[in-house]
Design a protein around this ligand. Structure first.
Ligand code: FE2
Length: 192
């Protein structure tokens, strides 16, 4: 198990958490909407909508940014590789806020339309669990308050939330995992 295959930690990426929370709670993005995350294989998938599904696939709340909203979070985008901003300015849905209700279980799934994301924790939260294709736990990422890039395209992942609401901001990434590592290695992934 090589941790670098699951996450790229960005320990020196200082960000204005309060400013992000203020934007999240403003009227700009409208109300939260609830989404269900369907697992893609195993016992609890969309072909099995019994109690297992309800237990594993509870809804989470989402606020998506549109292209026009990128300017509201330029204080973040100005700190990351310019290619990430360039893509965001052309994307329909470049980033999002997520809220996991207490005791929600984010069903194990892979992200199909993105490599992963830059994940900014906006408070305390349960770890993100990574699994192989047989749902064996491979790696558990404890969110320590720092941003982290997670390889959620390659690996099944999920969250077992506990008693607190879990909030985060995520910048969508379409970039190859190897390129993100390359940028990190040569110091062009983000400005500390
Ligand atoms: Fe995901």
């Amino acid at each position: 198990m090589n941790k670098d295959d699951f996450v790229i930690e960005l320990p020196d990426f200082q960000f204005d958490k309060e400013r992000l929370i203020e934007f999240m709670n403003s009227d700009v993005l409208g109300d939260w909407r609830e989404l269900l995350h369907f697992p893609m294989k195993g016992l609890s998938n969309e072909f099995n909508l019994g109690s297992t599904f309800l237990m594993e696939g509870g809804g989470y709340m989402l606020k998506e940014l549109e292209t026009k909203h990128v300017e509201y979070v330029r204080h973040i985008y100005d700190r990351v590789n310019p290619n990430i901003l360039l893509w965001a300015q052309m994307a329909l849905r470049p980033a999002n806020f997520l809220k996991y209700p207490p005791y929600m279980k984010l069903a194990k799934h892979k992200d199909r339309l993105r490599t992963g994301s830059i994940h900014f924790p906006l408070g305390p939260g349960e770890p993100t669990n990574f699994y192989d294709d047989d749902y064996n736990l491979l790696y558990q990422h404890e969110h320590n308050g720092n941003p982290v890039i997670m390889h959620t395209h390659k690996y099944f992942h999920g969250v077992d939330n506990k008693d607190k609401e879990r909030y985060c901001f995520q910048i969508t990434l379409k970039h190859p995992w190897e390129l993100l590592h390359e940028w990190n290695a040569n110091g062009t992934l983000y400005k500390s």
